[in-house]
Design a protein around this ligand. Sequence first.
Ligand code: ZN
Length: 310
Amino acid sequence: MNQVSFVCCPVCKSANHTHFISTKALMHKLNNECYVFNKCIACKAVFLTNRVNESVLNDYYTDSYLPYKGSGAWGKFSSFVERSQKQLDLKRVRFVANITESRADLNILDVGCGNPSFLHLVQQKLNAKCTGIDFSDYGWKNSSFDKITLIKTTIAEFEPSGFFDVITLWHYLEHDYHLGETVEKLYKCLIPGGKLIIEVPDYNGISAKMQKQFWQGWHSPRHLTLFSKKSFHSLFAHNKWKIVKHLRYGTLDAFTLWWLGKMEKKQINWSNSMEKEFWPLVFLKIVSFSFFIFEKVFPMGIQLLVIEKK
Ligand SMILES: [Zn+2]
């Protein structure tokens, strides 16, 4: 049995929920698997009701999973993609600098760091002490990052040697199997006044409404929970946390999320080289520029929060 039925909302534990959307396994080889997301009536979180067992999760992180393939998936255009990744990392570093007022000697933890290019940059730019954790060392095992501490572990098993000023979770929380326990652990890892920076997909954005079952925010079966404003307030209890910022856009640009959904609908073979998709992507980016320029005005599918430990 590789699937587990989930009958309660993973955020507020309510058993009162209704069908929201069904999808196939996304960014995966062609398949007839069916994943069912329900919406919690109480906190409005949308969650996967038939999760795959964590033990078989690796079957969904294959050569069809673009983020693991990195820029190499783009063949002769890989340098363009690397540059775009650097710009994304830089946006994230600036965001951290902004909310910490560029304080020196920050102690930063990145959960689900994958390829730790963000941490590498934050260490260089802010001279921060950086730690990255991930359940897989795929993102760093063939590289050397001597000024960063990288640990192959889960957040549950992570044993920090000190407390962190900032913990970043760039597209991690929607993957988490044990939300309540994770939030408790994050609380224990932060100094009082320390901040969580959380970026996740936003199912209330325009791209989810347009692309329906192909929207990459579902990312079935890797994504388990899609959050609403109310669900964040439920997960981060007011007596322990303060939500200081909730933006309906993020560092990941909405165009990228939309383009991935477009490729899903086209049923591309994700394990092939992406080379031939490069110029159509550039063309689309140019013609859709005047639409995505409004991503800070109209929510298009990404949300970014800063949550402070009281
Ligand atoms: Zn709920």
